[in-house]
Design a protein around this ligand. Sequence first.
Ligand code: PEP
Ligand code: MG
Length: 904
Amino acid sequence: MTKYIYEFGPRRTEGDATRNDLLGGKGANLAEMARLGLPVPAGFTISTECCNHYFELGGRFPDTLEDGILKALANVENEMNMKFGDRENPLLVSCRSGARSSMPGMMETVLNVGLCSKTIPGLIQRTGNEWFVYDAYRRLIMMYSDVVMEKADQVISEDGMGIRLNLEMMMNNLKNDRGYENDTDISVDDLKGLCDRFKKKIKEYLKTDFPDDPYDQLMGAVGAVFKSWYGKRAVSYRRIEHIPDSWGTAVNVQSMVFGNMGNTSATGVAFSRDPATGEDKFYGEWLVNAQGEDVVAGTRTPNPLNNDTKNRQNKHLPSLEEAMPDLYAQLFEIRNRLESHYKDMQDIEFTIQEGRLYMLQCRNGKRTATAALNMAMDMFDQGMIDEKTMVCRLDPRVLDDMLHPIVDPAEEQKAAKVAEGLPAGPGGAWGEIVFTAEDAVQWAKTGKNVILIREETNPEDIEGMRAASAILTARGGMTSHAALVARGWGKCCIVGAGALKINMETRQVRAGTRVFNEGDVFTLNGTKGMVYEGRLKMKDATENSRFKQFMTAADKYRTMQVRTNADTPEDARTALEFGAQGIGLFRTEHMFYGADSDRALFLLRKMILSQSRDERQQALDELFPHVKKEIYETLKVMDNLPVTLRLLDPPLHEFVPQSEKNQEEIARALGIDPEEVVRRSVLLKESNPMIGHRGVRLGITFPEITRMQVMAVFEASAQLIQEGGSPLPEIMVPVTCNEKELEFTRKIVEDCHGQTLETYGLKTLPYLFGTMIEIPRAALIADKMAETAEFFSFGTNDLTQMCFGFSRDDIGSFMNDYIDNAILASDPFETLDQEAVGSLIEISVERGKKTRPDIKLGICGEHGGDSASVEFCHRAGLTYVSCSPYRVPIARLAAAQAAIKNGA
Ligand code: PEP
Ligand code: MG
C-alpha cells in the first residue's frame, strides 16, 4: 500500500528537508522546522505522488486516501487538543499547495477549513471574539467558492466576472454604504449579514449550496489544490520555468493559527537577509490583526519588520521590533537558527496568535542577481559555506542581470520623476505603458517595449509580466507576488508606487496633477524604485569588483575553455573583458553586414553574380584587401589566442541585390544589362537555401572563393608575425558531410600556406585545419572526418535543425504549440536536446578521438551560452564552448559548476 501521508508537528514528524520531491518544498521544510523544535502548528502533507495518482485515476482520490486523512487528522487533533468539526472546541485547518520548486502564487490555498454552522458557536465561545470568527468565515466562503467550487470545477460564469469578484463587490458596496474605511471596521452584524448574502449569491450563481459539512469542505479543498496543478497560471509558469508536469503538487493540511484575532495577533513575511542587495540584515514586512494572504496579496501596505527594513515609503509605520519586542527577539533567534541550519538565505512566513509566535513556512528565498552574489561571497567569508558551494550558489543565468543595463545616472539626475515605489527587481528598463497583461503580450508581439502597470499584483498576469520589459504596481510590498516573480526572473520591477492612480476604464494613470495615457513612455530604475517620464539612456553595470572576484574563484574549478563568437574587433574586445579565451567562431560573411561595409558588400555581390571565371577572379581580387584587413584586425586583438575563422557560409540569395538602384550599379560594374542581373539572380534562387548551395559546397564549385579567403587569413597572420605578434588562426570548413570535401579544401589550404611562407620569407606559420560538425552525416562519420580535421566545432544550430527537421528560421509558427502541449520541454534551439542531438555529439567525440586522440573539440552553436547545455558539453568531454560576448560569464560559471558537480 502506497504511503501518501506524512505527519509533522511538535511530537511526531515523519518527513524532513531531504524529501523535497515527495513532500514538495513547503511540506519538507515544515517537517524540517518541526524537527528543529521550532513552533510549527501540527499538520500533515499529502505527497506529490498522491497528486499524480489522483490524475491517473481521472481526478479521483486513491481508495486509501480518505481513511489516511482521517487518521492523520486524529493525530493533529491530539497534538492541538482540539477536534475537527467539534461543536465545542473546533479545530480549523488550512490546505496549501507545495511543489518541488516554489511557484509563488501559481496554485491554490484554502484557509479556515472546518468552519460551518455547527462549529461557529463553539469557536465564538472559546475565543470570545465573534468578529474574528465571522471574519474568518467570510474569508473561507470567498476563497472556497472561488477555488473549490468555481476554478477547480472549471465553471465558466455568465457575467465573465467569476464568483470571487461578485463577492468582493458585495463587500465593497457594504463598506461604501456604511462608510467603513478598512475591512477591520466592519461590524459583527454586518459581517454576519454579509456571510448569509454570500451563501445566497453562491447558490444563485454556481447553482450549488456552500458546503456546511467540515469533511466535505476538507476533501473539496484537497482536490482543488491538486487540480490547481493544471490551472492556467500554474501551467504557464511551468512552461516558462521548464518545470515538468510530472512533478505534481503536495497538499499541506495544517492546523490554523490566526493572525487576525485582535491587536496581539499579527502575520508577516521575512527574509533572513535583504533579498534585493544581499546585505546581512533581517528583512521583512508584517501586519497586525491580519491573515497571511493580506501581506502577500498586496492589498494593504505592510509595516516594516524592524529598523533595517524602514525606507522612505514606510518609515512612519510601526515595526514589529518596536510594537512587540519580545516576539521580535524570538523571531530573530529563529532566523539565526534557520540560517545556520540551512546555510542559505531563508524566506519565512510567521503568524502571531494572541502573543504566541508560529512558523508557517521557510524556504530558500528568491533574490536578485546582485544579492545572490553578495550573499554567497559573504557566507563564504563568514565560514558558513566552502568555496565550491559559493561557486554553485549562483544560477549562471542570473549573471545576465548583472550584465544588464542600468539607467544612466547622469540622465537620471535631469529626468522628470513620475513616482516612487519599492525597488523589487533590478536594473533599468523603458517602454510604452499598458494596463493589462493581454495588451502587454500583444504589444510585445509587435516588437514594442512595454511596461505593464497594474493596481496590485495578480498571478493571473504571468504571461504579460513575462512579455513586458518591466513591471510597475501601485500597491503591494517587496514580498508581493509581482516582486517575487520579477526578482526570480531578474526583471526590472517597482511595486507599491502609491502615488499612481490607475483608471482602467480610460486606460490612464494619474500621478499628482499629471495624466499619462496608454502608449506613453516611462523609464524605470528598478534598483532604486524610481519611475520617470520618457525614455532615458541605459548604461552598462559590469563594473562590480566582487563580480570579478567571484568569477576568478569560479575559474579555478573550470576545466573547459570558454571562447566567444565574434566577427569584429569590437566584439572581440568586449569578449576579452568578459574573460573569453579566444574566438570559437568568426563568421566571415558578417563582415559584409556591418557598418562601413557598403563597398565590400558591393564587391561580394559582384563576385556572386559573376558568370565567367575571369569575372569572378577580378571581383575576388578586389575583395581580397577588405577581407584581409578585417581578419588582420581581429587576429591582432586576439593575439596569442586561438581564432577560428570560418570560410564563407552564406546562403547566396541573401546577398543578391534587391533594389533597382543596386541592380543597376552591379550591372554597370559587370558591363551587363540590369535585366541580365535579374536573370542571374533568379538562377541563384533556391527552394531550400538552408540546405542549398552554401558552406563548403560553394568552395567545391568555386575553389577560387576558398583560395581568396585562405590567402587573406595567412597573409594577415604573416603580417602580424612580422610585426612581432603571435596569431593562432584556425581555418574552419562549414556545412560538411563527407571527408572528401575536407580533403579537397585542405589541398587549397596547404597550397596557400606554402605560398605565404615563401612570399613572406617565414619558416613557420602555425595554424589548424578543422571542420564544423553540423550535419548528422558528418557526426556519424566523425572518424573519417578526423583524418583531415584537427578540430571539430559542433554547429548545434544546424545540427538541431537537421536532426529534428525543424527549420531554424520558421519554428516561431509552431514551437509554442509544442511547448504548450508538453511535446517538448523547451525550445531545442535554446537548450540542447541531449537525447538526440546530444547523442550525435557523443558519437562524434568518440569516433573522432579514435582517429585523432588529441582532437580539439568545441561548440559554437547558440547552446554554447546556455548553462544546461554547457554542463552537457563538459560531460561530453569538449575542450571549449563558444558563445556571444555577453554570455561568456554565464558559460564560464556554468562550466565551473559542471566541473564541481562532476567531481573536479
Ligand atoms: C551552427 O549551425 O550552429 C553555427 C554556429 O553556424 P550558423 O549559425 O552560422 O549556421
Ligand atoms: Mg551552421
